[in-house]
Design a protein around this ligand. Structure first.
Ligand code: 5GP
Ligand code: ZN
Length: 118
């Protein structure tokens, strides 16, 4: 399978690691949109949020445990946002489940957070 994030997990493509455990890998986004912008991914290949089911969903709670640990370890004390884009309308570009961990700036919420593509 030709999956960019599977290659990152295997170390075939370099990345800047933030956190790793048995199930989860977290690394810096190559094109950050906030001062802190990490990607938190399962090591196993799941193509996106629409493919979470009773067999693989435990990794999602594990990811959120990891996010809480990362936020503490990285001193993200002012707050953070977790986003997953799923499918074409949401703008998913890498088809391996990933959660954007965004922080380091006061973020708006509302229409500006979901600007339609012109
Ligand atoms: P999506 O648009 O699918 O929600 O998010 C994919 C994210 O992966 C984007 O924010 C993009 O900047 C990031 N990305 C794409 N290719 C690479 C890469 O090779 N290395 C890293 N670290 N991030 C990448
Ligand atoms: Zn993958």
């Amino acid at each position: 399978m030709n999956c960019l994030f599977c290659k990152i997990v295997k170390g075939e493509i370099p990345s800047t690691k933030v956190y790793e455990d048995e199930y989860v890998y977290c690394f810096k986004d190559i094109n950050p949109i906030t001062p802190i912008h990490y990607l938190v991914i399962p090591k196993e290949h799941i193509s996106g949020a629409s493919e979470i089911d009773e067999k693989n969903s435990s990794v999602v709670s594990h990811i959120f445990e990891a996010i809480a640990k990362i936020a503490k370890a990285e001193n993200i004390s002012e707050g953070f946002r977790v986003v997953t884009n799923c499918g074409e309308d949401a703008g998913q570009t890498v088809h391996h489940l990933h959660f954007h961990l965004l922080a380091g700036v006061k973020m708006g919420w509302g229409e500006e957070a979901v600007q339609p593509v012109k």
